[in-house]
Design a protein around this ligand. Structure first.
Ligand SMILES: [Zn+2]
Length: 254
């Protein structure tokens, strides 16, 4: 009786991911093999809690299956594996379109002129609002084969937004240095933009990272979890800061 009560209490705040579905997700995301067995256990628990706390809704005619929800939840919980679900506080919904979706944009250029219009996106994170994803991007597809990950990207923006704009400086842990973070990321971002301008073939990750420092952090976060070797080799100071922030276990191959 006590055991079953304990089990009930533990499962109360979760939407369970059944074993066959969990196995299928692990097969579909081969980069998760970097994680240790204790980390995978934790990831599954977090994803089950995520499914309970967040509202995942289909849009544009997409009906979300349990498989789709679970896959998105697992990927979304990778960045907070060693941070905790509280880092996703203050918002509630994940909206999923079948494919790229059209979103309005507005920006002010250096001359102070405001430009606005519409553009097709595969993902978007709103401050204090939803994360919007294309299922085509979230399930892997072309993006995954390049080493990036749409879901990690958008949820890294969410972490960044915990202290305001997505500017590439999330709230750092006690003991971390804002100056050290800025030094590492500024130097790498400058170097990366120069290499993109020179059409360098040896970029460590997607050239979309040159858009602005916020995108640089989100893209670097994608690769940190899926294929960290290039960041570690080319931008070791950034790799060190990401390690200090995401706190992966030593047994992970980073
Ligand atoms: Zn972005």
């Amino acid at each position: 009786m006590i055991a079953s009560l304990a089990t009930w209490w533990r499962r109360r705040g979760r939407v369970p991911i059944p074993d066959p579905l969990w196995s299928a997700i692990l097969r579909s995301l081969p980069w998760l093999r970097h994680l240790g067995s204790d980390e995978l256990l934790r990831l599954r628990e977090l994803a089950e809690q995520f499914l309970k706390r967040k509202d995942l809704v289909g849009a544009g005619g997409l009906e979300l299956s349990d498989e789709m929800r679970a896959s998105i939840a697992v990927q979304a919980c990778v960045p907070i594996l060693h941070l905790g679900l509280d880092w996703y506080r203050g918002w509630y919904s994940v909206v999923v379109y079948p494919d790229d979706f059209v979103a309005p944009f507005e920006y002010t250029d250096e001359a102070g002129v405001v430009h606005s219009g519409e553009r097709a996106l595969s993902g978007e994170a709103w401050p204090d609002g939803p994360v919007v994803l294309s299922w085509h991007g979230a399930r892997g597809g072309a993006w995954e084969s390049l080493g990036g990950n749409l879901v990690i990207h958008e949820f890294a923006h969410k972490l960044d937004m915990q202290n305001g704009d997505a500017n590439g400086l999330p709230p750092l842990h006690p003991g971390m240095s804002v100056a050290a973070w800025r030094d590492a990321f500024s130097a790498a971002y400058e170097d990366f933009c120069r290499r993109v301008d020179h059409a360098d073939d040896w970029l460590p990750f997607d050239d979309y990272a040159a858009e602005d420092p916020g995108e640089f952090f989100a893209v670097a976060s994608e690769w940190f979890f899926t294929d960290p070797h290039a960041i570690r080799a080319q931008y070791p100071a950034v790799h060190e800061q990401l390690r200090a922030f995401y706190r992966p276990r030593a047994r992970s191959t980073r």
